[in-house]
Design a protein around this ligand. Sequence first.
Ligand code: RTP
Length: 148
Amino acid sequence: MEQTFIMIKPDGVQRGLVGEIIGRFEKKGFSLKGLKLITVDRSFAERHYADLSAKPFFNGLVEYIISGPVVAMVWEGKNVVTTGRKIIGATNPAESAPGTIRGDYAIDIGRNVIHGSDSVESGRKEIALWFPEGPVSWESSLHPWIYE
Ligand code: RTP
C-alpha cells in the first residue's frame, strides 16, 4: 500500500493544529504508520529540503523548520500521496481552496502549516530520512469498510 511523509511544521504545532490535521487524515480513512514530535537541527532540515537549496527562500525555509518542534508522520492508503496533497492544498495559501488545510488555516507561503511528499519516490526518501527505524507495521480492522 502507498505511503507518504506528512510533517506538521512548527507554526502548525505552535498554533495547536496537530489534532485537527491528524483528524482530517484519519477521518478520510488513511492509516497512521509513524508519528513523532521532533525538533530537527539545521543540517537535517537542509537534507530534507536539499532539492530547494538553490532557491532564494531556502535559508528562510530552513530557519522556519528548525524554529520549533514538528510532527513527523507516515500515512498509508490508496493514492495517499496525491490525495494527501489535495487535503493539504496549494503551496501558497493565497491559492489554496477553502476546505483544504492551508486554505483553512494559513495566509503566508512561508507559514503554510504542513508538508506532504510530492511523489511516491520522494515519499520513500523522506520516510527513510525521518523514520530510519521504519514505519510501524499494523493493519486497521476497518479496511473492509474503507476499501471495496
Ligand atoms: P512542501 O514541500 O512543504 O509540502 O511544499 P510544496 O511541495 O507545496 O512546495 P515546495 O515548492 O517544495 O516548497 C517547500 C516549502 O518552501 C516554502 N516556500 N516558500 N517564499 C517562497 O516563495 C516560498 N516558496 C516555497 C513553503 O513553506 C513550501 O511549503
